[in-house]
Structures are given as structure tokens and as C-alpha cells.
Design a protein around this ligand. Structure first.
Ligand code: FE
Ligand code: FE
Ligand code: ZN
Length: 277
């Protein structure tokens, strides 16, 4: 089955978002755990959640991806920012235990001048604190474009974080097509080589989700500007190869393209038509 969806708001609850993704033709979606630029979470609504779960099993929505707020930075030089990251991690992970085997995606962080080694150490420290052996959620490190002091711009950096975390089995990776292309992985001309490299450094079994985006910026530019599918430097042909690649086809794909509902609906329809399985 082709697992395809997009980023949606849960401002009006999970059930509304579930109905929204059905209207758009998808069968999964990504949402922010809380205000992406701030930190406040909407209060937990058990009735909405139960309504959603019932609706989701009826229509076949599966595998939501929860995205941590952009303000979460586990490796900031500012200890208050790291404390905030700890707090957000703990409370989001607690919320996610309502869902069976949830996925929680976060940006590894920006070391803000401390250097990548210290950055990785601080990320590992927080992950070791917030991961519990009995939790059912898998935390995904997102591949980053490498702008500013971003950590996670290379497969090696992601592998280093994973290898230092005690409960590695709770960790995975979410590959963002726009970000890796900007980071210098040529998924347009050498997709097989990139996946082989990922497999040898991180392990393909760690890859749990794809952020499917085109890019407004040139290859290896270390810039992070998403484009609509087929309107950027990656292009539709490469994106079609990605969704149909034997090593990727069973993963869930989430669009984070600059779109409103209508644009997402068009892209989901297009991708479903380009899917060969
Ligand atoms: Fe992201
Ligand atoms: Fe992304
Ligand atoms: Zn991005």
C-alpha cells in the first residue's frame, strides 16, 4: 500500500485532521505536537482522540508522524533552551503514548557555535534522559540541510548520535528529500548510491519515514527552502523514482510542500498516479 499524506494542522483536533486527509486523498499525515514557533501544546482531548481512532480504523488512516516544534534545540549553547527541549521531549513523549507505536520526528538541533562534537554530546545526553525502555514511540532524527550550525547534515552525524544513545532501538531516521539534496546527497542522479551509503553508515532498517519535498535551492547549497513537487531542483522524475524505489516504497511519505489544501490534493493525486505498485 502507498502510504502518502501531508503536513496538517491539528488546531481543530485529530478527528478534523483525519477527515481532512481523507478529502485530500491521503491515508496518513504529519502534525506539530504544539505551536512550532513557540511551545504551548493544545490540551489533551480524550473524546476527540477516541473519535479519531475509531474514524481512522474505519477509513484506514495509519501511522501518523508527530513533528516536534522548531524551537526544540537539544544542543543550544543556552542551557535554558536545552532545558526547554527536555521539557518538550518529556511532555510530547508522554502524550504520544496514547497512540500505539507512534513516530516522533525532531530536528537534531543547532550547536550555535559550540561545535558539532559538543552538539552531538548534548543531543545524546537529552535523548538518554527522555527515552524510557518501555515507551512504544520511535523517535526520528530528521536529516538536515546543514544551514548555519545544524547538526544532522550528514549520515555520519546521525549515526554518531544513534550509536551513543543507550536505547538505540527507540531511534530511527526521517529522510527529508529537500534537506538531503541541499546537504549534498545527489538523490536526483545517484539515488541508489545515496541509499547504499545510508545503509552502510546508518542502516536502512533505521529509515522509518520520508519527508517528500522538492527544493527551491541548488544541489549542495546547504539551504532549506521547500518547493512544490515538480517545481524545484529535484524535479518530478526523481521524486517518482523515490516513491517507487524498492527500498523506499513501503515507507510513509509526508509532503511538506508550500501548499494549502488544494495544492496538497493535486500533489497527492499526481503521486498516486505516478506510483507503479
Ligand atoms: Fe522538519
Ligand atoms: Fe522535513
Ligand atoms: Zn525543511
Amino acid at each position: 500500500m502507498f502510504k502518502i499524506g501531508c503536513h496538517l494542522s491539528i488546531a481543530n483536533g485529530f478527528l478534523k485532521a483525519g477527515k481532512n486527509i481523507m478529502e485530500l486523498g491521503g491515508n496518513t499525515f504529519q502534525y506539530f505536537s504544539r505551536n512550532p514557533q513557540g511551545g504551548r501544546a493544545r490540551p489533551w482531548d480524550q473524546k476527540d482522540f477516541e473519535g479519531f481512532m475509531q474514524y481512522a480504523s474505519f477509513v484506514g488512516i495509519e501511522g501518523l508522524l508527530c513533528h516536534a516544534p522548531y524551537t526544540l534545540n537539544a544542543c543550544s549553547a543556552n542551557p535554558q533552551t536545552r532545558e526547554f527541549a527536555r521539557m518538550v521531549f518529556k511532555s510530547d513523549l508522554e502524550m504520544l503514548e496514547h497512540f500505539p507505536n507512534a513516530l516522533y520526528n525532531f530536528h537534531p538541533g543547532s550547536h550555535t557555535g559550540q561545535g558539532v562534537e559538543i552538539g552531538i554530546k548534548q543531543i545524546v545526553e537529552i535523548l538518554n534522559e527522555v527515552i524510557t525502555p518501555d515507551m512504544s514511540t520511535t523517535i526520528l532524527l530528521e536529516t538536515m540541510s546543514g544551514k548555519g550550525s545544524e547538526v544532522g547534515r550528514s549520515f555520519e552525524e546521525l549515526a554518531e548520535i544513534i550509536s551513543c544513545v543507550e536505547h538505540k532501538e527507540k531511534l530511527g531516521v526521517c529522510l527529508d528529500t529537500c534537506h538531503v539534496y541541499s546537504a549534498g546527497y545527489d538523490i536526483v542522479n545517484h539515488l541508489d548510491d545515496v541509499l547504499e551509503e545510508f545503509d552502510s553508515i546508518v542502516g536502512l532498517e533505521k529509515l522509518k519515514a520520508i519527508h517528500l519535498n522538492d527544493s527551491m535551492m541548488p544541489f549542495a547549497s546547504n539551504k532549506d527552502r521547500h518547493a512544490k513537487i515538480g517545481e524545484g531542483t529535484i524535479g518530478l522524475d526523481a521524486i517518482v523514482r523515490i516513491i517507487n524505489h524498492p527500498k523506499l516504497k513501503d515507507l510513509p511519505f509526508y509532503l511538506e510542500t508550500p501548499n494549502e489544501d488544494e495544492g496538497y490534493k493535486k500533489e497527492i493525486t499526481l503521486l498516486k498516479n505516478c506510483r507503479t505498485y
